[in-house]
Design a protein around this ligand. Structure first.
Ligand SMILES: Cc1cc2nc3c(=O)[nH]c(=O)nc-3n(C[C@H](O)[C@H](O)[C@H](O)COP(=O)(O)OP(=O)(O)OC[C@H]3O[C@@H](n4cnc5c(N)ncnc54)[C@H](O)[C@@H]3O)c2cc1C
Length: 320
């Protein structure tokens, strides 16, 4: 059986959960086995995850899981995996997934590959998976030969496919949900798609000259339904909040569309964005290194190009 941990912070499944279950179903099909989803904590409609290919939905409804604690979550996934004879466990390569995957692999005595971006191929009882390495400059293939295998799936690596229907939820319990961490308060930003999950990202750099000019970046992002990001010096100078900083030392993203405005395209910036499906670069310097990584480029003054582009998108949306 392939067991997928379906993340559901604040009672809602994350996009990464739909991706992980879609992926888990494909892995299960390839191995000739079934796919089950594990849901922890209070969730509005746990059975919904079945639409993405899980034939069973196992729900530990204990409200103790509403507050995230990597130790108790890892223990719960390991217990359910052992009880159900799971040979592969899949989870999203999210901040939650990253903090759980290693602990889980230790508990299951399993080989772990994190940040996988393609479906595995079989080599006897072993699985081969691929992931980006060296800041996206190379692709490495790993073989997991342990009896139980743990895979964390990179965001946007597969498109969620709602091909099935909701399934009856099996309510189960685990030995302990008690973590040693107490969360005292949680601050969340509402209404904004977090960068790792964003399909469209509008990002800007030092070419913007100062924080007072960011209105045009935000306007363009609003028109496109995009999340905003920035280069590191921009965050370091407090022009933008640090959570927007993408790159080697910031967040690594792989949206469907990345629009880079006034960013030179230094290697450390590219490291976090060059897995984007389509890259559009706007820069007044035709020699800017970013153009080498771009699918589309506009050589021009961003203060003229960005407002024009925004108006063009607005007209396009109004007419379509
Ligand atoms: C260890 C290390 C880690 C790092 N990690 C990161 C990281 O994670 N992320 C990151 O982003 N950087 C990182 N950096 C910094 C990185 O090397 C670059 O310095 C940084 O990315 C440059 O930011 P920028 O492109 O916004 O600014 P600049 O390099 O100053 O480039 C500004 C660009 O704007 C263009 N421009 C200026 N005016 C206009 C205009 N009017 N119209 C159009 N274009 C215009 C210029 O032609 C230029 O290409 C790291 C560096 C080190 C040493």
């Amino acid at each position: 059986m392939v067991l997928v941990f379906a993340e559901s912070p604040r009672g809602q499944f994350k996009k990464s959960a739909f991706e992980a279950v879609t992926y888990g179903k494909k892995v299960a099909d390839a191995l000739g086995t079934s796919c089950a989803a594990l849901v922890l904590g209070t969730v509005q409609d746990a059975g919904e995850i079945g639409r993405y290919g899980a034939s069973r939905v196992l729900h530990v409804s204990d409200a103790a899981f509403d507050q995230f604690d990597s130790q108790s979550v890892a223990a719960a996934i390991a217990e359910v995996a052992k009880n159900n004879g799971a040979t592969v466990v899949v989870l999203g390569h999210t901040s939650t997934g990253k903090s759980v995957a290693g602990r889980l692999a230790v508990r299951l005595d399993a080989g772990l590959v994190s940040g996988v971006n393609s479906l595995p191929s079989s080599n006897g009882s072993a699985l081969r998976v691929k992931k980006s390495v060296f800041s996206g400059k190379a692709i490495a293939e790993y073989e997991i030969s342990s009896a139980v295998k743990v895979i964390s799936l990179m965001g946007n690596a597969v498109k969620p496919e709602a091909t099935g229907s909701a399934v009856a939820v099996e309510t189960i319990s685990v030995a302990s949900s008690k973590g040693r961490i107490r969360v005292k308060s949680v601050k969340t930003q509402e209404g904004i798609v977090p960068l790792p999950e964003a399909e469209i990202v509008v990002s800007a750099g030092r070419g913007m000259k100062g924080p007072e000019n960011w209105g045009m970046v935000e306007d363009l992002a609003t028109t496109l339904g995009a999340t905003t990001a920035c280069s590191r010096p921009v965050a370091d100078a407090h022009w933008r909040p640090h959570h927007e900083h993408v790159g080697q030392t910031g967040i690594a993203i792989r949206p469907n569309l990345y629009i880079a405005i006034g960013i030179s395209g230094a290697i450390q910036h590219l490291a976090g964005v060059n897995n984007s499906k389509v890259i559009v670069v706007i820069n007044k310097d035709a020699e800017a290194p970013f153009f080498k990584a771009a699918d589309y480029g506009v050589v021009g003054d961003l203060f003229e190009v960005v407002p024009q582009l925004n108006e063009a998108f607005k007209r396009f949306k109004a007419n379509s």
